[in-house]
Design a protein around this ligand. Structure first.
Ligand code: COA
Length: 226
């Protein structure tokens, strides 16, 4: 993949019609996604009520506009996918890895130290374009943005696509379920692992004020970026 200082290009293997822009390059597209709520219908209802999510999702543009990617079908001009990421300070130890998506988002916006790593926040492919292999291109673009900004590694607090089908299975067990071919059972974890990433830690439990609560499970997955 070739990038100049300002642009991010479609990753290797992308179809010729796929155009990729950062929100810095195309603030109009970023705004359109929000105003027309192009990606909202993708999410299960339980995902739309985060306690802290507005505090960091609301900060992404203009502050981190170079790290948000928008994917356009150049044949129609349709905005078909979006990658949202946030840079944060991490010393690469497990102890210092925030305990899920809210903690990483809050650290990113509250910590005044220079960020060292990039966290994925969301990969979104609009329903009519799902199942065509775009998600790997979205992740490859996140890795390319991390590389360009000198942020490594790329980590992702992954929401496994099918975990809600198995509510009484622990996230640790679920994250490690494998198919016969040795790849993860969960389709979204599988995309990451196929790209060479590895699971570093599931986030099973959130404790507030001494009370453990069920929380949307995340699985931290790490992509080396060189
Ligand atoms: C998860 C998501 C990004 C995948 O995007 P995509 O471009 O459709 O995925 P791909 O076509 O690359 O397929 C990836 C894998 O998921 C499977 N898959 C694709 N669409 C699927 C669906 N709707 N349900 C179940 N599995 C699906 C594919 O079979 C593939 O697995 P395989 O290659 O091993 O067979 C997309 O479904 C999405 O935007 N979901 C809503 C938002 C979300 O949950 N994002 C991820 C958490 S941040």
């Amino acid at each position: 993949m070739l990038c100049d200082d300002d642009a991010v290009e479609a990753p290797d293997g992308a179809p010729p019609w796929l155009e990729v822009f950062t929100a810095e390059e195309r603030p109009d597209l970023w705004e359109r996604a929000g105003v027309e709520r192009l990606f909202e219908a993708l999410w299960p209802e339980y995902n739309l009520h985060g306690t802290h999510s507005a505090a960091y999702f609301g900060e992404l543009v203009p502050r981190f506009a170079r790290l948000q990617a928008l994917f356009v079908d150049g044949r129609s001009g349709d905005l078909i996918a979006r990658a949202r990421t946030i840079p944060f300070r991490w010393d690469r130890t497990l102890e210092d890895l925030p305990r899920g998506i809210d903690p990483v988002g809050l650290r990113a916006v509250q910590d005044s130290r220079t960020p060292t790593a990039l966290s994925a926040l969301s990969a979104e492919v609009r329903p009519e374009h799902q199942g065509a292999g775009l998600s790997a291109l979205v992740l490859a673009t996140m890795a390319a943005m991390a590389r360009r900004e000198g942020l490594a590694p790329l980590v992702a607090p992954v929401r496994p696509s099918w975990k809600d089908r198995f509510p009484i299975t622990s996230i640790e067990d679920y994250a490690n379920w494998k198919r016969r071919d040795g790849l993860p059972y969960d389709p979204w974890i599988r995309v990451h692992i196929r790209l060479g990433a590895r699971i570093v830690r599931p986030e099973p439990l959130r404790v507030d004020d001494g009370v453990g609560r069920y929380w949307e499970p995340n699985v931290w997955i790490l992509h080396e970026v060189s």
